[in-house]
Design a protein around this ligand. Sequence first.
Ligand code: HSE
Length: 310
Amino acid sequence: MTKLLTVRIPATSANLGPGFDCMGLALDLWNTFELHQGNGAGITVESHGEGEDVLPNDKSHLVVRTMIEELTNSMPFDPRHQSYHIVCRNAVPCGSGLGSSSTAVLAGLLFAGAILDPHGFRSAAGLSRTLKRAFEIEGHGDNVAPALLGGLVIVVGHDGEVITHRIVPPPTRVVVCVPRYHFMTSHARSVLPLHYSRSDAVFNVGRAMLVVEALRNGDGALLARAMDDRIHEPYRLPAIPGAIEAKRAALACGALAVALSGAGPGILAFAQENHDAIGQAMQSAFASAGGVSARYWVLDVASSGAQIFV
Ligand code: HSE
């Protein structure tokens, strides 16, 4: 099988407390996707590593679905003449709040881009088109933007365009603890109110700005005071067994600041030391208070986003 392209895309943690739907951080844990020439059977896929037992191996796989949709938007797609095989090597746990679906959406878009525009898809304009499409597909950009660009990214939609601002924070290490609990993003969004009070909006706006400054400057003391939220965590944390206790346990063990990672169920803790102890404390809290087992990862922030190898 001839390999045409490989892309590596990092995990991401979105929201970062008060920045609901507007900011995310790339983390040094990567999914790798290979695009090979196929054998005349349309687009086929295999998955290894995280999710290999549950991910579909047909065209309902998110990479394949995204790729076919992009290709058919631009040209008639004939599986007899355009056949591809995709190999996914996944390190990012699925359904964890670490942006695994965003890695799949981006891989599908980049593969389609490489086929439709082999010379332009890696250019600044090509990548900006990819981001715009990923934003449209996801409905928000706080996973796809940091996954594509790396570092800390602020991202908002504006008149059909996507505005991003990327910051590379000083070396920052986090712990992410993920319980074995099924908490679908669609459900996590459905538990949120439709309207918020002005005081809750002001609470979040100010803190979101402070979190950006704290991360930009590596200011742990500021992060500790600023990372709090009234838009989503008060509604989501109680719905995840053991999450409130895991957050409390991480703080008691010396974490500077703790947030729900994306829509959860993973919990993200910032710390200067004792990362393993913090991970173990969260695991124990999930087990004792929530009755669920959990895994944890100690991860650095990834300063680079998606990597493309042709
Ligand atoms: N900002 C999104 C949410 C991230 O919290 O629902 C998950 O896709």
